[in-house]
Design a protein around this ligand. Structure first.
Ligand code: ATP
Ligand code: MG
Length: 201
């Protein structure tokens, strides 16, 4: 969609820099991408809880949560998957501008989709690949979706009947298939410190 020229976004009374100074950390968006059941939502909530306990500002945007609310009018066609990501990227940008660490837990299976985040968020975008292997994810299958997809009941299911393109340029790769949630969280926090999002402890 081309940028519109007939409406101007209003200026904010409090700047991003002011918010970040008060928060004591940067705003940024962190995408946790990976196969269904890789552990994205689990890790997102673990990070959110840890940041909350430290008094740091974060928000989780979970793919499933968006699909039951903001994006409930969207399905799984290519166009709808793209619109799903576009809305998430706009929401993330708004929240980052407000000083939040935005933790996106979304499959975002294609390079083309993740590129939407990269384009919209620029330096405020960080990609983490939750790289649990397909066999592990399929074994977990807490929602029973892999089983249904194998029976041919779910068309276009990522990992079975739709592709997952591994990120070539992920800032961080976490093997959520073999590492514990605690170990993944530990690595995420260290990396956020090294990336100058969080203050180094
Ligand atoms: N690091 C881990 N080690 C072992 N089990 C895990 C780990 N992370 C998550 N799990 C388990 O794997 C299952 C899937 O986790 P989760 O729901 O977080 O995946 P997801 O990537 O959000 O999946 P979806 O794309 O379907 O939303 C859950 O049963 C969860 O308890
Ligand atoms: Mg999830």
């Amino acid at each position: 969609m081309p940028p519109r020229s007939d409406v101007l976004a209003p200026a904010a009374s409090i700047s991003r820099a002011q918010r970040e100074a008060r928060n004591g950390h940067r705003g940024t968006a962190v995408l946790l991408t990976g196969l269904p059941a890789a552990g994205k939502s689990t890790l997102a909530q673990a990070l959110h809880a840890e940041l909350f306990s430290r008094g740091q500002q974060s928000v989780v945007l979970d793919g499933d949560g968006l699909r039951v609310g903001l994006n409930r009018d969207l399905g799984f066609t290519d166009a709808d998957r793209l619109e799903n990501i576009r809305r998430a990227s706009e929401l993330a940008a708004l929240l980052v501008e407000n000083g939040q660490i935005v933790i996106l837990a979304m499959i975002a299976p294609l390079v083309e989709l993740r590129e939407v985040f990269a384009q919209r968020l620029g330096d405020d975008y960080r990609e983490v690949w939750c790289s649990a292997a397909l066999a592990v994810c399929e074994q977990r299958d807490p929602k029973g979706h892999y089983a249904r997809a194998r029976r041919g009941e779910l068309a276009g299911f990522t990992g079975v009947s739709a592709p997952y393109e591994p990120p070539a340029q992920a800032s961080l790769v976490l093997d959520t298939g073999t590492l514990t949630v605690e170990a993944c969280l530990d690595r995420l926090l260290t990396w956020l410190g090294e990336s100058a999002v969080l203050p180094r402890t």
